[in-house]
Design a protein around this ligand. Structure first.
Ligand code: URA
Length: 248
């Protein structure tokens, strides 16, 4: 198996410039398998390597694939205009990975500031493209709370197709079912701007949660559901099983 210098491993994982990474190692801030190697050029098999930097445990990932339980009141932008950025919810190395102008992970598509739920992030450009490309039709499930009672005919219209203001071609839900008086579950395979909100408006209702806030939650992408134990604002690495679930 190919090996890498420890300073290169740290650099690739977002722990600062090569010089900073070498300094961390020389000053004894890095532990590998209970040892404190102080030579930045020492070689390790990077794949799957567990190490600690200033007491915090990390594992080497060649590419980063994460899920975040997005809270309301956060923008999916690196340069947010009004609300804090979702990227502030991630530890600094995840935001610095790779270094340079394109450092860190990027969200796979965007959720509105007031939308909650499952958001994927990665630094693998091909993966981001594949997951967000309309050609791949990855189904995304949204739990909607509506201002007015959900009528059966609204569900029917969403399934048949509605016309939005920017395209004469109708868009339709791949699946839609009423889940309560004012709630429905909607599956989309495209990701147009504000698509759920505009589709619900097009059938004469409005996405609106209790107290007039929010009302939209993404619960699933492909076969990957937002785990119950991933609390609002928390993130975790995707497992090989998660990756298979979103690609299947
Ligand atoms: N559709 C919307 O209207 N908003 C989102 O955040 C996601 C899908």
């Amino acid at each position: 198996m190919a090996t890498m210098q420890l300073q290169e491993i740290l650099f690739s994982q977002g722990f600062g410039t090569r010089r900073v990474c070498a300094g961390l190692i020389q000053q004894g801030f890095v532990a590998v398998a209970g040892e404190i190697p102080t030579d930045p050029a020492m070689e390790f098999v990077a794949d799957g390597l567990h190490f600690k930097v200033q007491g915090t445990a990390w594992q080497y990932h060649e590419k980063a694939y994460l899920m975040l339980h997005k809270p309301a009141g956060y923008e999916c932008s690196q340069k947010p205009s009004t609300y804090p950025s979702i990227y502030t919810l991630l530890p600094s190395p995840i935001r610095q990975r790779g270094g340079g102008a394109a450092a860190g992970v990027q969200a796979v598509g965007r959720l509105d500031q007031d939308t909650t739920g499952l958001l994927l992030l990665s630094d693998d450009g091909k993966f981001i493209h594949r997951m967000s490309s309309p050609k791949h039709h990855v189904p995304k499930v949204y739990e909607v709370t509506a201002k007015h009672a959900v009528e059966d005919k609204q569900v029917q219209k969403l399934l048949i197709g509605v016309v939005l203001d920017d395209d004469p071609k109708p868009v339709r839900a791949a699946a839609c079912e009423k889940t309560g008086d004012n709630t429905l579950s909607l599956t989309l395979t495209e990701g147009k701007y504000h698509q759920v909100k505009r589709m619900i408006a097009a059938v004469g209702n409005r996405v609106e949660g209790e107290g007039g806030v929010g009302g939209l939650h993404r619960s699933r992408i492909g076969a990957l559901a937002l785990p119950d134990d991933l609390k609002v604002g928390q993130w975790r690495w995707l497992t090989a099983g998660d990756l298979a679930a979103i690609s299947s």
